[in-house]
Design a protein around this ligand. Structure first.
Ligand SMILES: Nc1ncnc2c1ncn2[C@@H]1O[C@H](COP(=O)(O)OP(=O)(O)OP(=O)(O)O)[C@@H](O)[C@H]1O
Ligand SMILES: [Mg+2]
Length: 271
């Protein structure tokens, strides 16, 4: 579904923001991309929706070579929600923001109305109807940016730092929405610094550092590797730290697992 082969990209000559990236993501996967500031995460996802084209190597999405298609045709298949919502929002009202792409794609008015109303209710924005997107709080603007992409139903959804500025209730809602979309068969990529969010909700994680992929695997295996977390300047999930402190081998990021093994340790100590 998404394939990067030897992808290298430089904004400035001599400095590679992406350095020979090989990565495959299958249809219907839910994947986190993590790494230190400047690791290349945003640059990578901009290659997947065609905003940037590789200096070397190849990116294919849904069988299309990103260099051979227009940004507009790829963007319809790959919805990218920007790290900073102010780089995405522009319309006078929330409703116009949500319906903009739908009008452009030529959807019938009753379908546009249905989708816009769905988004307003799903993202709890109804009290702000009719207002300018710029009168919303940072967290609300972020939800509106996500809603406006979801409205046009791309096959691949990429969220750049979706949980930044979201309170816990919104994070839990976001996680359940991502799972729902994933169950509907969408491929979902989440760029984040929030390791607890990844360990709780996202099954696969790709770790980037200095423009390279330094680890890729099941979150339960990758997020307990101290060397990798340190290299990419990531905060370990709390349960990984507890596992290390307790000397659990192998360490775990699952609460039920850690509790069961702790109970065993205590039971063993009593006996
Ligand atoms: N428009 C640009 N012009 C020049 N250099 C850039 C540009 N955008 C990013 N870079 C550089 O490319 C590298 C990768 O940046 P990128 O934004 O992809 O990192 P990131 O992993 O998304 O970081 P963050 O966690 O801070 O969002 C950095 O060294 C950055 O300074
Ligand atoms: Mg970024």
């Amino acid at each position: 579904m998404i394939s990067l082969e030897g992808v290298t990209y430089s904004y400035m000559p001599g400095i590679n923001a992406l350095d020979h990236i090989d990565l495959n993501i299958g249809a219907g996967e839910l994947v986190a991309i993590v790494g230190e500031n400047g690791a290349g995460k945003t640059t990578l996802v901009k290659h997947i929706n065609g905003l940037l084209k590789p200096s070397e190597g190849r990116v294919t999405v849904c069988g299309l070579d990103s260099k051979a298609v227009t940004v507009a045709s790829l963007a319809r298949k790959v919805g990218l929600v920007f790290q900073n919502p102010d780089h995405q929002l522009f319309a006078e009202t929330i409703e116009k923001e949500l319906s903009f792409a739908l009008v452009n794609f030529g959807l019938p008015p009753d379908e546009i109305k249905r989708r816009t109303e769905w988004a307003i209710s799903e993202f709890e924005l109804s009290q702000y109807a009719g207002r300018s997107p710029f009168m919303l709080s940072g967290g609300e603007r972020k939800r509106l940016a996500l809603a406006s992409v979801l409205c046009y139903g791309p096959e691949v959804l990429i969220l750049d730092e979706p949980t930044t500025g979201q309170d816990n209730r919104q994070k839990v809602r976001m996680a359940s929405l991502l799972h729902k979309l994933n169950q509907q068969g969408k491929t979902v990529l989440v760029v984040t610094h929030d390791m607890e969010f990844v360990s709780d909700y996202i099954p696969r994680v790709v770790v980037m550092s200095h423009g390279r992929v330094i680890a890729d695997g099941q979150s339960g295996d990758v997020l307990v590797r101290r060397d990798i977390l340190e290299r990419a300047s990531l905060v370990p999930p709390q349960l990984a730290e507890i596992s290390w402190e307790l000397g659990l081998d192998p360490p775990s990021i699952r609460l039920d697992d850690v509790v069961a093994r702790l109970a065993k340790l205590i039971g063993g100590a009593k006996a």
